[in-house]
Design a protein around this ligand. Structure first.
Ligand SMILES: Nc1nc2c(ncn2[C@@H]2O[C@H](COP(=O)(O)OP(=O)(O)OP(=O)(O)O)[C@@H](O)[C@H]2O)c(=O)[nH]1
Ligand SMILES: [Mg+2]
Length: 189
């Protein structure tokens, strides 16, 4: 039963812990506590393996406040994917995407990275389209961006987009692992 370690990163209060809670238990807490340091969540995945066993994500939920940043390097070691979350109602969290991306890139530049705008319930469709356009441009300008995917949008309050983000994350991990094993067998030939 494979367990894939992933990281959820992004500024404080963008909704990282809420996203995991929404995925895991279909609940929303309007007064979620800040994450002190790092939290871990085991998330069962939708897809069924060939042998009938379920796989999991072991999600590293990194507390986004500045004072916890010294811990991040050690917890993202060995991740197979990352989700960078920002809050669509706070532009500063959008501008910090690049900083979080660099953290991930330093660890591994081959893994899939999903960029997700959360709290989509707080803005209208017009604003969403505007942000999607800005995010497209931002992704375009990121270094070594061939494994960066987005824009995605979620709301942990009304549960929009949650299942899709984790399903795409899993799909991208499987694609990467397949590619890796193909490359390995080519080397052996
Ligand atoms: N309206 C709305 N509020 C949300 C959403 N997701 C989270 N929140 C609220 O935003 C606040 C912060 O959410 P958290 O999940 O604690 O954020 P976090 O990113 O884990 O924050 P840190 O642990 O400090 O890094 C909480 O009050 C949540 O209830 C959302 O999709 N919509
Ligand atoms: Mg948190």
């Amino acid at each position: 039963m494979p367990t894939y370690k992933i990281a959820i990163v992004g500024d404080g209060a963008v909704g990282k812990s809420s996203l995991l809670k929404a995925k895991k238990s279909n609940t929303f807490d309007p007064e979620m506590n800040i994450t002190i340091g790092v939290d871990f969540q085991l998330i069962p995945l939708e897809s069924v393996e060939v042998d009938g066993k379920k796989s999991n994500f072991l999600a590293m939920d990194l507390g986004g406040q500045e004072r916890f940043q010294f811990m991040h390097d050690s917890y993202i070691k060995g991740i197979k994917a990352a989700i960078i979350l920002f809050d669509v109602s706070r532009i500063r969290t959008f501008f910090n995407i690049e900083k979080w991306y660099e953290l991930i890139l330093n660890e591994n530049d081959k893994i899939p990275v999903l960029i997700v705008g959360n709290k989509i319930d707080l803005i209208d469709m017009e604003a969403r389209e505007e942000i999607a356009k800005d995010l497209d441009e931002l992704i375009e300008e990121l270094p070594r961006n061939q494994n960066v995917f987005g824009p995605f949008f979620t709301s942990s309050k009304n549960f929009e987009g949650i299942i899709a983000v984790f399903a795409i994350c899993e799909e991208m991990i499987l694609e990467m692992l397949n590619k890796e094993s193909e490359e390995m067998s080519h080397k052996k030939e």
